[in-house]
Design a protein around this ligand. Structure first.
Ligand code: ATP
Ligand code: MG
Length: 139
């Protein structure tokens, strides 16, 4: 059974992202397989793991728009046991770009391993599988 840990505070700049980065790094150090998905246009998690927000070309934005495969956007083993799907300021445009896509809130579906999952559009995450739902699914 998975456990959900929410790091939430309505105030900005209080260390939510910093806590997420350090928690992820500690869990990876403890041997857990981690995929950290940066879904903030600020990209502070991405830069926090040492990636250049301006140089990176394949981000969560391109994945959400179906412009690249999630496997190609994930940077593997940025530290041992930890992969990252990076983000940058491009993501700020996603809300507009996806405005006519039904169920756009559910483009990412985190599912437990399913035999029905399409290998081409999914990535194993140590017992979990993250699926990229195609833009036209459900239309
Ligand atoms: N424990 C801490 N002690 C001192 N500075 C910290 C600490 N945690 C975070 N910071 C600094 O505070 C700033 C804001 O942190 P962070 O980006 O994690 O906040 P946030 O809550 O995610 O902000 P936002 O709401 O904009 O997403 C950063 O410069 C970070 O380095
Ligand atoms: Mg933050």
């Amino acid at each position: 059974m998975g456990r959900i840990i929410a790091i939430a505070n309505q105030k900005g700049g209080v260390g939510k992202t910093t806590t997420a980065i350090n928690l992820a790094a500690c869990l990876a150090e403890a041997g857990q397989k981690i995929l950290i998905i940066d879904i903030d246009p600020q990209g502070n998690t991405t830069s926090g793991f040492g990636l250049s927000k301006t140089d990176i070309e394949k981000t969560v934005y391109e994945v959400l728009l179906g412009e690249c495969n999630i496997k190609d956007a994930i940077v593997e083993n940025i530290i041992d046991n930890l992969d990252i799907l990076p983000s940058n300021v491009n993501l700020a445009g996603a809300e507009i770009d996806l405005i006519d896509v039904d169920n756009r809130e559910y483009i990412f579906c985190l599912l437990y391993t399913s035999d029905a999952a399409d290998e081409e559009d999914s990535v194993d995450l140590g017992g979990c599988r993250i699926l990229k739902k195609k833009k036209n699914e459900g239309e």
